[in-house]
Design a protein around this ligand. Structure first.
Ligand code: HEC
Ligand code: HEC
Ligand code: HEC
Ligand code: HEC
Ligand code: HEC
Length: 169
């Protein structure tokens, strides 16, 4: 009987553990972006290159989410008065940064560099982020999930280093 009780308690504990873990994962994606930004309109319809807005990929580790300094180049006067444009114009006019939420990030103990992958490695953004130019709204899930196994799979295929210290410096 005692053994059985221990088993029950363990099973419940395990289930509760999974439940809270799931809760944490789901919560992670509960957010609304300040503006319903369309990559399709900018990157596809108006053919603005990715690096025009995500300039830092060329210089360093982070790609960076562009802010009003970049939006302001085109949105410092209202255009066709869609509610979205109206919103960007509002931020630009009042010099307020747009509080974007980022869904792609590695933990502190992992080193990742866009410069290394995009410029030196010549990898297409699509391999990791999917076809962003087709998105009419901000993405809500990672295309290639940021998991150690996904990093290592590609490194093995493309003969890049799989030494622990390369990613955990
Ligand atoms: C190089 C010029 C350019 C830059 C830079 C630019 N936009 Fe735009 N944006 C446009 C044009 C052109 C339209 C009008 C599209 C239309 O109505 O057909 C537009 C439309 C929009 C719209 C309304 C349409 C929609 O569905 O998204 C939003 C919202 C928007 N832009 C947000 C932004 C934000 C935020 C930034 C900065 C990160 C930005 N834009 C930077 C050119 C630009
Ligand atoms: C090999 C996979 C890979 C490729 C290729 C890649 N990215 Fe990323 N991207 C990531 C990872 C991993 C993160 C999270 C990085 C972090 O937290 O420092 C990220 C984060 C981002 C972010 C969020 C902001 C930031 O700087 O963390 C943007 C925007 C982005 N990438 C744009 C791009 C663009 C544009 C390209 C192509 C020019 C590109 N990425 C190519 C893997 C990739
Ligand atoms: C006009 C500026 C602009 C252009 C051009 C642009 N982006 Fe973005 N990008 C943004 C803005 C603003 C956000 C934040 C809102 C969102 O998530 O849609 C963003 C978000 C992203 C993210 C999600 C980052 C995260 O952590 O949530 C990725 C990945 C990304 N862009 C990749 C690309 C790629 C690849 C291209 C080229 C095909 C591109 N972008 C072209 C402005 C731009
Ligand atoms: C190509 C990059 C890369 C290499 C090589 C790599 N890691 Fe990781 N590692 C990651 C990333 C990204 C994460 C965070 C995402 C995750 O937890 O999957 C991570 C997470 C971890 C964690 C935390 C996992 C957890 O479940 O909390 C440990 C421990 C770890 N790595 C150990 C190692 C060891 C030991 C090696 C060498 C045998 C190694 N890593 C090689 C990218 C790498
Ligand atoms: C789609 C393929 C791909 C994915 C996914 C990928 N990488 Fe890489 N990575 C490469 C290639 C190719 C190189 C070698 C680039 C070069 O130097 O030519 C590289 C190089 C690196 C380096 C430098 C290693 C060295 O030899 O100096 C680090 C660190 C790194 N990646 C970390 C990561 C982490 C962390 C992730 C996951 C979050 C990741 N990579 C995901 C393809 C990938």
């Amino acid at each position: 009987m005692k053994k059985f009780l221990i088993l029950i308690v363990t099973v419940i504990g395990f289930a509760a553990g999974i439940y809270t873990m799931r809760g944490a994962i789901d919560k992670h994606y509960e957010f609304t972006q300040p503006i319903d930004f369309s990559h399709y309109v900018h990157a596809s319809k108006y053919k603005i290159p990715c690096i025009a807005c995500h300039q830092h990929v060329l210089f360093g580790a982070r790609a960076g989410i562009p802010n009003i300094e970049i939006c302001g180049a085109c949105h410092s006067t209202p255009m066709k008065k869609t509610p979205g444009e109206e919103q960007v114009f509002g931020y630009v006019k009042s010099h307020k940064q747009i509080p974007w939420y980022s869904i792609y990030y590695v933990p502190d103990y992992v080193y990742f560099s866009h410069l290394r992958h995009v410029v030196i490695g010549k990898l297409d953004c699509k391999l990791c982020h999917g076809d962003m130019a087709a998105f009419t709204s901000p993405p809500i899930t990672q295309f290639l999930k940021i998991r150690m196994s996904n990093c290592i799979d590609c490194h093995q295929k493309r003969h890049a280093s799989t030494d622990c210290w390369q990613c955990h410096r």
